[in-house]
Design a protein around this ligand. Structure first.
Ligand SMILES: [Zn+2]
Length: 268
């Protein structure tokens, strides 16, 4: 999966580290990032613009830059970049994107409207006027592999033309992730499930979330009532019909592959 970059290791501790010319800069424009034949630009190519320290992976240090143009680099969507980079770079850019969104949305205080200031020794924005503190936000969400014998329920979000997803959704305030599983499955498919088994988690910077993967079993009627506000399709597929995972990046794809390979044993 995307976060599996061993023996390399992400160190996301914030410190007010001055940038060196060889350090790496992530420059975003919406859901696109500046990328070239040799990867992400270096500080020396970026020039004198503002830089915010993000994190390191081993001895590579990553900074957030502000939107600009650099000769030899073009904006590539985060979806396309998954096919062009190593898993290491892919994890770096997704994590940087998560932080970039948080920084972009924390310029002014939500309580009093004053300009926020970055804390010196930790990743926190605070308001010198009213004292409010803002820490990076991570939204928990579930991914659900629903199993009925030799079949698994796959879905596709509106607007997508290929590939399969699993039922997924954010945990609401006051809800456990297990309750999210039951609620999202009911909302999106009209199905009931039982025998929930937690599988694995995954940080997913695209949506600013940490994903919690569950397998579970159909409980009762298998007739699907698709919520077309969210999904273009939801249908049962046999193990043989499920696609093979080529990217090996997402928890969704790993869960589909695991059921394809192991069948109902995933529930044990
Ligand atoms: Zn304030």
């Amino acid at each position: 999966m995307i976060q599996e970059i061993l023996p390399a290791k992400l160190n996301n501790t914030y410190h007010d580290r001055p940038a060196s010319l060889n350090d790496t800069v992530m420059v975003f424009r919406g859901n696109s990032v500046l990328y070239g034949d040799t990867g992400f630009p270096a500080v020396s190519e970026y020039g004198p613009g503002k830089l915010t320290y993000l994190f390191s992976i081993d001895d590579t240090y990553y900074y957030l830059g502000t939107e600009t143009e650099i000769p030899g680099y073009a904006y590539v969507t985060l979806r396309d970049i998954r096919e062009r980079t190593s898993r290491h770079d892919c994890f770096a850019v997704m994590t940087a994107h998560h932080l970039e969104e948080w920084y972009r949305r924390h310029v002014y205080c939500g309580s009093c409207g004053d300009k926020l200031v970055h804390a010196e020794n930790e990743r926190m924005m605070y308001c010198p006027q009213c004292g409010a503190q803002y820490f990076p936000q991570i939204s928990p969400a579930v991914i659900v592999g629903i199993i009925d014998g030799e079949n698994m329920l796959v879905s596709r979000y509106n607007g997508r033309t290929a590939g399969y997803a699993l039922i997924a959704g954010y945990t609401e305030i006051g809800e456990t992730p297990e309750e999210t599983v039951h609620r999202e499955v009911m909302e999106e498919t009209g199905l009931q499930v039982k025998n929930l088994r937690y599988y694995k988690s995954q940080p997913w910077g695209m949506s600013g979330s940490v994903l919690l993967g569950y397998f579970c079993e159909l409980d009762g009627d298998s007739t699907i009532h698709v919520d077309h506000n969210e999904l273009s399709l939801a249908e049962w597929k046999t193990r043989q019909e499920l696609p093979d995972d080529r990217e090996k990046l997402s928890l969704t794809a790993e869960m589909i592959q695991l059921f394809k390979d192991c069948g109902r044993r995933v529930l044990r």
